[in-house]
Design a protein around this ligand. Structure first.
Ligand SMILES: Nc1nc2c(ncn2[C@@H]2O[C@H](COP(=O)(O)OP(=O)(O)O)[C@@H](O)[C@H]2O)c(=O)[nH]1
Ligand SMILES: [Ca+2]
Length: 377
């Protein structure tokens, strides 16, 4: 299963073993590899993406026994990076990938390549985490909510336990689906444009779709003496600090707050629930030693806020990190507190793997694929 994310493309090769005939096959392991940049970086020369896809397919050939190649389905789903591109440009990239898949020895079907619907992205990430933590079989005990912070979009998903959550949620936030012989009615939404990289552009005053070709952008979140340039989705930006203006946590938080204030639905119920948080939540927590890279860890929302203050008010201590570290931590704090409405005391389980399997929508997508290919029995 390929995850064509906005900042990189990843392959997840899952091994399932059917130990007992008639029982669902069991997940035995995963081989994971990722490449940068994501497909949208090749927006103007789609054929250039072939190398990165071929490289990941090689990993698949090295992992899957040749005798299984023609019965092993290969699928690529693109997420928000391609959702932000004009339809024709996104399709050109996907056709390129489809051709590469068809030249490969693996099983290719008509819908082997496509753009993942944001609702599915949230639901499938929830399935992955709750399957891996053992909540989806046996007696139905508590399930975990999931928070996925990508580069271009961010997803929040949980199983409502309060009636008023269901009554008050926007209708398109509620989705039911069938899996593992159960029906789940989840609250989920994918906020396009609120991924970490898209939020940086928004904080600097540029819309995620780009559309401008020369911009001088300044922010209180950036080191005062910073002057740099950055190419995102094919557009060239000049950005920097505010040498004569205000710099630091208070001024930066005010800038990022504008991106999330009154933009998101705030379900009360989430304040008391435990959420698994991954992708950029995990990466930035690791970058600032809030958690250990290998084992992850539990944090309260207030830990991100405290770290944001420390970084933004002492940027000279973080020169070896990305100049966006202060902005990213303020954004994560504002997204969680002022966006979703989490409490300072809400517990987040920061994780990258559970039982050696990546916490990503791809495992959920693979179960869904096996169900549709009637492989599961
Ligand atoms: N460890 C790990 N990190 C991931 C995975 N998928 C995405 N990420 C992280 O998610 C962030 C980028 O999100 P991305 O998927 O490129 O953007 P999106 O298209 O908006 O979801 C980066 O921090 C990646 O390291 C994954 O399967 N495993
Ligand atoms: Ca992603």
């Amino acid at each position: 299963m390929f995850d064509a994310g906005s900042t990189g493309t990843r392959i997840h090769i899952y091994t399932f073993v059917q130990k007992v005939p008639g029982h669902p096959p069991e997940l035995e392991g995963e081989v994971f590899e990722s490449v940068k940049p994501g497909l949208s970086a090749y927006v103007d020369q789609p054929e250039e993406c072939a190398e990165s896809i071929q490289g990941l397919l090689k990993i698949a050939k090295d992992t899957v026994p040749p005798s299984h190649w023609k019965s092993t389905p290969v699928v690529l789903m693109a997420t928000a990076g391609l959702r932000l591109l004009p339809e024709t440009k996104a399709q050109a990239l996907l056709s390129e990938v489809k051709e590469i898949f068809e030249d490969s020895p693996f099983l290719v079907t008509d819908n082997s390549v496509g753009i993942m619907n944001g609702t599915y992205e949230g639901i499938l990430g929830w399935i992955t985490v709750n399957f891996l933590t053992g909540q989806l079989y046996g007696e139905r005990n508590q399930t975990f909510g999931t928070l996925d912070l990508g580069g271009a979009s961010t997803q929040i998903t949980f199983l409502p336990e309060f009636e008023e959550t269901v009554e008050q949620a926007p209708q398109d936030f509620l989705t039911s689906f069938e899996m593992f012989e159960s029906t789940y009615s989840l609250y989920t939404h994918s906020y396009l444009g609120l991924g970490l990289k898209a939020a940086r552009l928004a904080t600097l005053g540029v819309s995620a779709e780009g559309g401008v070709h020369e911009q001088r952008l300044y922010s209180s979140c950036l080191p005062e003496d910073l002057e740099a340039e950055w190419i995102f989705a094919g557009v060239n930006y000049h950005y920097g600090g505010k040498p004569d203006g205000e710099t630091g946590f208070k001024a930066c938080y005010a800038e990022v707050l504008k991106i999330v204030k009154d933009k998101l639905h705030q379900p009360e119920e989430i304040q008391g629930r435990t959420f698994y948080a991954f992708s950029y939540y995990y990466d930035r927590a690791v970058d600032t030693n809030l958690i250990d890279y290998e084992t992850g860890g539990a944090l309260e929302v207030r830990d991100f806020k405290r770290k944001a203050k420390e970084v933004c008010n002492h940027m000279e201590r973080y020169t070896s990190h990305s100049p966006f570290l202060c902005m990213d931590l303020c954004y994560i704090t504002a997204l969680l507190k002022d966006g979703f409405g989490f409490k300072d005391s809400t517990v987040l389980q920061l994780t990258k793997k559970v039982n050696d399997v990546e916490t990503s929508w791809t495992l959920g997508a693979t179960f869904h694929l096996m169900q549709s290919l009637h492989v599961s029995h």
